[in-house]
Design a protein around this ligand. Structure first.
Ligand SMILES: Nc1ncnc2c1ncn2[C@@H]1O[C@H](COP(=O)(O)OP(=O)(O)OP(=O)(O)O)[C@@H](O)[C@H]1O
Ligand SMILES: [Mg+2]
Length: 279
């Protein structure tokens, strides 16, 4: 059943640059459902990053509504936005924004420490996600001693480790070679599905975008097309399932109907309502 997690209504962002006004977003409307993987594509300067930044509560719209998980974020104060971002969203940047003199585990564990999680627990979670992104051997390397692609993966692990409901990614694999890019994308998609998260990704890469459930084409601050996609590899997965079914080895325990692996940690939704202070 489709449950809306992001609703955008009549959204505008107008930047004033000297005497001119730049319509970075020029009347945008859409809904994204829980669990969807949406890609945003469009030419340079079309408003992709602007849109993502507003959805993540990093920038305020000029006009319009942004409703995330039933909460209007467009009128929130800066403090409320900080709290909103910490609890509900993960952000993967193209420039990974790691702290260079911390090691990978410390970088991934940092957002968890803001939630008041004990060191042992947060390091264990950090290690788990670093393993998932293929950095088992580099877990205790300093960020400034890692390659661009490795740092990118630390950034991805950091965003996923806090188990946010929504993950925003702006060109998340911009610094990776094409093979690693595909591995990371598949990995992100798998984790996001397992944890029942929603992924919104900006990309220039059409191949990467083709892995999304829906493709938002944006030009001159307007969405001119939303494409629904289906996936070869999903079909292959299905075929595999069917094969298993035919041989009678499977009893239709297909994936998502059980609650056992839903991935909602106890520290998730209702952590720290009492913790409202900035560190
Ligand atoms: N802080 C700002 N002040 C003024 N204009 C801005 C600002 N940020 C973005 N813009 C303008 O808004 C428009 C959209 O920018 P945005 O960064 O969203 O594009 P983009 O689609 O992400 O492009 P790219 O693919 O190059 O990253 C551009 O014309 C840009 O110059
Ligand atoms: Mg951009």
């Amino acid at each position: 059943m489709a449950v809306p997690i992001i609703e955008v209504k009549n959204l505008y962002k107008i930047y004033k640059v000297g005497d001119t006004r730049v319509h970075a977003l020029d009347g945008v409307d859409f809904t994204i459902n829980k669990g969807e993987f949406c890609a945003i594509v469009g030419p340079s300067g079309s408003g992709k990053s602007t849109l993502l930044n507003m959805l993540a509560g990093l920038e305020k719209p000029t006009k319009g509504e942004i409703i995330i998980d039933k909460i209007h974020i467009e009128h929130m104060t800066e403090n409320q936005l900080v709290e909103f971002r910490r609890k509900r969203v993960g952000f993967i940047f193209q420039s990974y924004n790691l702290l260079k003199t911390l090691n990978a585990v410390e970088n991934v564990a940092l957002p968890l420490s803001f939630r008041g999680m004990a060191k042992k627990e947060r390091n264990a979670i950090a290690e788990k996600y670093l393993k998932l992104v293929g950095l088992e051997k580099q877990m205790y390397h300093m960020a400034n001693a890692m390659s661009g692609g490795q740092q990118q993966r630390v950034g991805i692990a950091r965003a996923l480790a806090v188990n946010p409901r929504i993950i925003f990614a702006d060109e998340p694999t911009g610094n990776l070679d094409s093979k690693t890019t595909m591995e990371i994308l598949k990995l992100m998609r798998r984790i996001v599905r397992e944890q029942q998260q929603t992924l919104i990704m900006v990309t220039h890469d059409n191949h990467l975008a083709s892995y999304a459930d829906r493709l938002f084409h944006i030009v001159d601050g307007k969405i001119f097309k939303i494409e629904e996609l289906h996936h070869e590899d999903d079909l292959e997965e299905k075929k595999e399932d069917e094969k298993v079914m035919e041989t009678g080895a499977d009893h239709g325990n297909g994936g998502n109907d059980g609650d056992s692996g839903s991935g909602e940690r106890a520290d998730g939704a209702d952590d720290g309502d009492g913790i409202t202070h900035e560190q």
